[in-house]
Design a protein around this ligand. Structure first.
Ligand code: ATP
Ligand code: MG
Length: 136
């Protein structure tokens, strides 16, 4: 069954949005297969976002991700990668539709609360990176 890697970023954790975010995915009907709270090292955040290493905002993005604990999750269900991205909303909260997580809870792209895999292939890589111990 399809899986996606979803991460509540440090601002989402600090603002008390963990329950709300998990609830949205659960109510949709997806299955929570793995979850852990972890504070990652810079090198780990760089690896997670390695495809963006040439972007001007890369260093700031890495500093943001390491700024506090994140909630790393694996969600499962039919179409969870694409539907998960729809639940999350557009990258820039200024353009995210109301009703999406970013549309409802974020204002700026540099603090956009949540990450979701952008393809089944990325999900596979990200789950292997974040859950090397595997999930049950
Ligand atoms: P994510 O991968 O976190 O789910 P995304 O797939 O919607 O987000 P990406 O293009 O992969 O968007 O960008 C990764 C993250 O980098 C964004 O979620 C955001 O936190 C940050 N980011 C993207 N563009 C900018 C920007 N112009 N300025 C600052 N930060 C940015
Ligand atoms: Mg992305």
């Amino acid at each position: 069954m399809e899986q996606s890697f979803i991460m509540i970023k440090p601002d989402g954790v600090q603002r008390g949005l963990i329950g709300e975010i998990i609830s949205r995915f659960e109510k949709k009907g997806f299955y929570l297969k793995g979850l852990k709270m972890v504070t990652v090292e810079k090198s780990f955040a760089e690896k997670h976002y390695e495809d963006l290493s040439a972007k001007p905002f890369f260093a700031g993005l890495v500093d943001y991700i390491v700024s506090g604990p994140v909630v790393a999750m694996v969600w499962e269900g039919k179409g969870v990668v694409l539907t998960g991205r729809k639940i999350i909303g557009a990258t820039n909260p200024a353009e995210s539709a109301p009703g999406t997580i970013r549309g409802d809870y974020a204002i700026v792209v540099g603090r956009n609360v949540i990450h979701g895999s952008d393809s089944v292939e990325s999900a596979r890589k990200e789950i292997a990176l974040w859950f090397p111990e595997g999930i049950s």
